[in-house]
Design a protein around this ligand. Sequence first.
Ligand SMILES: [Zn+2]
Length: 62
Amino acid sequence: MTIKQTPFKCPLCKAPVIRKSEDFPFCSPRCKTIDLGNWASDAYSISEPSADDDIPHDRVIH
Ligand SMILES: [Zn+2]
């Protein structure tokens, strides 16, 4: 029996992301850098509750 992996998409460009990628949850170092830039420029609102919907429950930091 094969375990079906749930597809995960890059939050920025919606490209498929490999969960084992070192850039996860981003598809590439480029998107990762862009996202960090967004945080630095305060593009994200801390009080935005809907952002939590995009975080997978099985996300584990090793
Ligand atoms: Zn991307």
